[in-house]
Ligand binder design. Structure first.
Ligand SMILES: [Zn+2]
Length: 124
């Protein structure tokens, strides 16, 4: 599941990745969007709004960054399941697990390895 989520995002299908994540964790699906957000935004790729249940990316390209998307989904998951949105450290760890899982699959060969190579240029 984790590798599939990363693969979908790299394939420019972040909505499907979020749908898969939501189904897997049995939480309502957060909305995805691009836009400006309030507050301290310097260097911020995306934010999760607890009020609107929306993941907002600063730029469209961040919607295709698995680390950013999975990280924000973690905040959604935590705020739906509890009172706390989780720490940044936990969100990063959560996201990195997905990417590690994808890399393990990619390095075992097959067409996923090709995908990693071609998409690495646009996920900086
Ligand atoms: Zn965060």
């Amino acid at each position: 599941m984790k590798a599939a989520v990363v693969s979908l995002i790299l394939d420019s299908r972040p909505e499907e990745a979020i749908a898969l994540l939501s189904k897997w964790y049995r939480v309502p699906q957060p909305k995805l969007g691009v836009g400006v957000f309030e507050g301290r935004t310097k260097g911020v790729a995306a934010v999760y709004s607890q009020n609107t249940k929306k993941i907002l990316a600063a730029k469209r390209e961040y919607m295709f960054d698995p680390f950013v998307m999975v990280h924000e989904f973690y905040h959604h998951l935590r705020s739906v399941g509890g009172k706390h949105r989780g720490t940044e450290k936990q969100a990063d760890k959560f996201a990195l697990e997905f990417i590690a899982s994808y890399r393990r699959l990619a390095s075992s060969g097959g067409h996923m390895a090709d995908q990693t190579a071609s998409s690495s240029s646009r996920t900086v």
